[in-house]
Design a protein around this ligand. Structure first.
Ligand code: NDP
Length: 333
């Protein structure tokens, strides 16, 4: 079996990842770490986790094979490096760190140590996005020309904390959501972004100089251009993902989400067709691939390099919004 240690008594672990680990035939959660002993105990009790730790050393000394890191973003780097040093496999939340240079350090350390490293970009596990990627690869829309991503949501009240108040924790919508759009665009298009231009705003929710809305324009290596909208303050916008090609368009609705929902429409000269796709839980599929990678079978659905790409893209978007200029995206891989 794979024995997991949770680094971070987080909402995402409670809502999705604990279940996803336990959904694996060989998945077990052995311990949880919180910076507060009381919160660690309470979280362990509420989630049926046998051991609670309040230091990283104590967690890493437990009998575990892998860690899932879902603390606030500024902590991922040192916790990831320590876990790798202790020989653990690491599934790390996005953004991998606050800078792509730090993310490269962590990914390089895992490579050197020979441990499995994954980035928890859940959206590439969605049936909808895999169906779009396959349709494009099969030539069903001809040559892709442009993409549009609608990913502006309303940040739920229970999450209106560090994301909108703490720049030093890696708050802001770009590190939170633009990274997902970068990864999903790369995955669906099978292409890498080379340049980005972004406007950001503070539309009334985020403080501390943080942005709670962003619009980005992307250029991809193949020449495809894309636009993406990320936000925390739009209650009624809905989400979507479109790719338009020379012979057809893929129009997906309600697919930039944590749940296996939504629809994908293919529109061509022969009319409209809804694509069917599997509705497996995104995080469960991610964990299954991660467990397989531990057994030496394939790779996690999003590897460390994917997390470096998404963070380098977000970094470039933030730089663009500051300078008013388009910025080259260079993950230095
Ligand atoms: P939370 O705010 O729920 O948790 C982050 C940290 O905040 C925890 O590690 C915990 O610290 C502390 N914390 C949580 N609840 C409390 C509380 N009641 N009182 C005091 N401190 C508290 O963050 P999220 O779960 O929303 O996000 C965690 C990470 O996961 C981020 O990196 C985020 O980007 C990523 N994420 C990824 C998603 C995905 O789908 N891939 C979705 C959502 C988040 P401690 O551990 O020390 O107790």
């Amino acid at each position: 079996s794979v024995r997991w240690g949770l680094i971070g008594a987080s909402t995402i672990a409670k809502q999705f990842m604990i279940d996803a680990i336990r959904a694996q035939a060989d998945g077990e959660i052995a311990a949880v770490m919180s910076s507060s002993p009381e919160r660690a105990e309470a979280y362990a009790r509420e989630n049926g986790i046998p051991a609670a730790a309040s230091t990283l050393d104590a967690l890493l000394a437990a009998d575990i094979d892998a860690v899932y890191i879902s603390t606030t973003n500024e902590l991922h780097l040192e916790q990831g490096l320590a876990a790798i040093k202790a020989g653990k496999h690491v599934l790390c939340e996005k953004p991998l760190a606050l800078t792509s240079a730090d993310a490269r350090k962590m990914v390089a350390a895992a490579r050197k140590a020979g441990t499995v490293f994954g980035t928890n970009h859940h959206l590439r596990n969605a049936g909808a996005h895999r169906a779009m990627r396959e349709a494009i690869a099969a030539g069903r829309i001809g040559k892709p020309v442009a993409a549009r991503v609608f990913h502006s949501v309303y940040l739920p009240e229970n999450l209106q904390g560090w994301r909108i108040t703490r720049p030093e924790a890696g708050g802001g919508v770009v590190l939170d959501i633009t990274v997902h759009d970068a990864d999903t665009l790369r995955f669906v298009l099978g292409d890498d972004p080379v340049e980005i231009s972004a406007f950001t705003q503070s539309a009334g929710m985020a403080g501390g100089g943080l942005e709670d809305g962003a619009m980005c324009i992307w250029r991809f290596r193949s020449g495809v251009i894309a636009q993406s909208h990320e936000g925390f303050t739009t209650k009624f916008a809905g989400t979507g993902f479109e790719v338009h090609g020379s012979e057809g368009s893929l129009i997906a609705s309600n697919v930039m989400t944590q749940k296996p929902v939504g629809s994908v429409l293919l529109r061509t000269a022969s009319g409209e067709e809804g694509l069917s796709f599997d509705r497996e839980d995104l995080y469960t599929r991610s964990l299954r691939q991660f467990h397989a990678a531990i057994r030496g079978e394939g790779q996690p659905s999003a590897i460390g390099e994917d997390g470096i790409w998404s963070l380098a893209s977000a970094e470039a978007a933030l730089q663009s919004s500051k300078t008013g200029k388009a910025v080259i995206i260079d993950p230095q891989l």
